[in-house]
Design a protein around this ligand. Structure first.
Ligand code: ABU
Length: 524
């Protein structure tokens, strides 16, 4: 056996390790947390990529650096990164900084384990089970299953995979080519990144989107007039009367999208993916009505509540998700509105038949030995197609322990209140035009600069208006004063989407946002 000594490194010098980590934590607390959440500081420090590369000195060299240099590098990383916990960061569906969740993330990173077996993650296996149980209870289920996934899109794709497997449990043995073409239904409004991804799943011959502007219209799946009559009797749909006659809207569409499509293509519908809180507009699909249709046709109902799921904590607003308890699966991202920290995305299932493991399991014998000395049902790794899995439950669990249901509910309610405040303030000012009355905390609007006010009838009005948001975005980012996202949407040109999610926000931040847009756009 060759002689071996520990290599000279920090690892062999506990005093130096402690000094480094204390210094790094100091930098993190001062620069990333205190300054990073202070309105007296910039939300971002924009640099062109070439300049940024120089400033960061990215090249990896053969020689290691001193602790002093390493600390400088940590400072630079923080300095040039976007401060997503800053009260002027309105750019994404996540924002804010919860100290308890952050503490959970630090512990998770320090322990550096994988969630796949009880033997190496005993605390986190039990904790994940409890957190998922709590989330399921809020959905309205007293039993079920679930798993934390690397993001909402993966949760959605898992739901599609599970629905297919449930319908064709022998598909793993027989191969996908033996299955008929399958069709799923979802709203056009579903963000591209949240759509179940046909390329990856290799299963969907046709991805059918409904023609709706904002939401999945359940009537796209309702096949007969008698179905309409029943919905009307149950008060789930109100007919329109025109010239004394009852109008059956979308009836042709009904046949086109459900019966004709299916008959012509031979595709078998198997899943409807409804959305609770769409990415851009924050719209909620009518889940009860969609669940009725799914029940009638034996379709799996998946609810993508990645964004809106946290509203279930609010007694005041949870009605937006009425019917969610009838879903087969739900995707819910507490890293969004609850600010648990990236990433924290749960896929919840009503299923109690071990569907996740049956569908995804590969029984790797080096991890999931069946003759272990403990209950092997605690090894959750076979519920997912990936192998190593991050611990995503601790940050949510610790924050929930600190806040309780009540603290989290207050946050959700406060976000709705502030979004409403912003909308009402916009209505008082010239130059702000709402895209729609928000249902949620996404406030979508155009800033109409002085030169375009009163010019709505001009033929190039919409084209010129669409160019305003990109210009203002560049200005705000280069000044570092705030960050708001913008996007085109359907036939609409670019408009801003402010996401009011950070629990540290106040009315003063809303006023700042409006004043700042006016200031940045006064010469346009
Ligand atoms: N997962 C979609 C998030 C997109 C956004 O933050 O706007």
């Amino acid at each position: 056996m060759a002689d071996s000594e520990a290599l000279p490194s920090l690892a062999g010098d506990p005093v130096a390790v402690e000094a480094l980590l204390r210094a790094v934590f100091g930098v993190v607390v001062d620069e990333a947390i205190q300054k990073g959440t202070s309105v007296s500081q910039k939300v971002c420090e924009w640099k062109e990529p070439e300049e940024l590369k120089q400033l960061l000195d990215l090249e990896l060299r053969s020689q290691g650096e001193s602790q002093k240099q390493i600390l400088e590098r940590c400072r630079a990383v923080i300095r040039y990164s976007v401060k997503t916990g800053h009260p002027r960061f309105f750019n994404q569906l996540f924002s804010g900084l919860d100290p308890h969740a952050l503490a959970g993330r630090i512990i998770t990173e320090s322990l550096n384990t994988s969630q796949y077996t009880y033997e190496i993650a005993p605390v986190f296996v039990l904790m994940e089970e409890e957190v998922l149980r709590k989330l399921r209870a809020l959905v309205g289920w007293s039993s079920g299953d679930g798993i934390f996934c690397p993001g909402g899109s993966i949760s959605n794709m898992y739901a599609v995979n599970l629905a297919r497997y449930q319908r064709y449990p022998d598909c793993k043995q027989r191969g996908l080519r033996t299955l008929p073409p399958l069709a799923l239904f979802t709203s056009k409004e579903v963000g591209k990144r949240h759509r179940p991804n046909p390329g990856l799943l290799i299963l969907i011959s046709s991805h059918v989107t409904t023609p709706s502007r904002r939401e999945l219209r359940f009537w796209d799946l309702a096949p007969t007039v008698s179905e309409w009559s029943r919905l009307m009797r149950e008060g789930k749909w109100s007919p329109r009367i025109w010239r004394g006659r009852l109008v059956w809207p979308r009836l042709r569409l009904t046949f086109h999208f459900f019966e004709t499509f299916i008959l012509d293509s031979g595709a078998v519908p198997f899943l409807v993916s409804a959305t609770s809180g769409t990415t851009v507009l924050g719209a909620f699909d009518p889940l009860e009505a969609i669940a009725d249709v799914c029940q009638r046709h034996g379709l799996w109902l998946h609810v993508d509540a990645a964004w809106g799921g946290s509203v279930l904590l609010s007694q005041t607003h949870r009605h937006l998700l009425d019917g969610i308890q009838r879903a087969d699966s739900v995707a819910w991202n507490p890293h969004k509105l609850l600010a648990a920290g990236l990433q924290c995305s749960a896929l919840l299932l009503q299923d109690t038949s071990n569907l996740l493991k049956r569908c995804h399991g590969s029984q790797a014998s080096y991890l999931f030995q069946q003759d272990k000395f403990y209950d092997v049902a605690l090894d959750t790794g076979d519920k997912v197609v990936q192998c190593g899995r991050r611990v995503d439950c601790l940050k949510l669990w610790l924050m929930w322990k600190a806040q309780g249901d009540q603290g989290l509910e207050r946050r959700i309610d406060q976000a709705f209140v502030l979004a409403r405040y912003l909308v009402e303030e916009m209505k008082k000012r010239e130059g702000f035009e709402l895209v729609m009355e928000p249902e949620f905390v996404n406030v979508c609007f155009w800033f109409v600069p002085p030169s375009l006010r009163g010019k709505q009838e001009s033929p190039d009005y919409h084209e010129r208006l669409s160019k305003v948001a990109p210009v203002l975005k560049e200005r705000m980012v280069k000044e570092g004063s705030m960050m708001i996202g913008y996007q085109p949407h359907g036939t609409r040109g670019n408009f801003f989407r402010v996401v009011v999610a950070n629990s540290a926000l106040t009315c003063a931040d809303m006023d700042f946002l409006l004043n700042e847009l006016e200031r940045l756009g006064q010469d346009l």
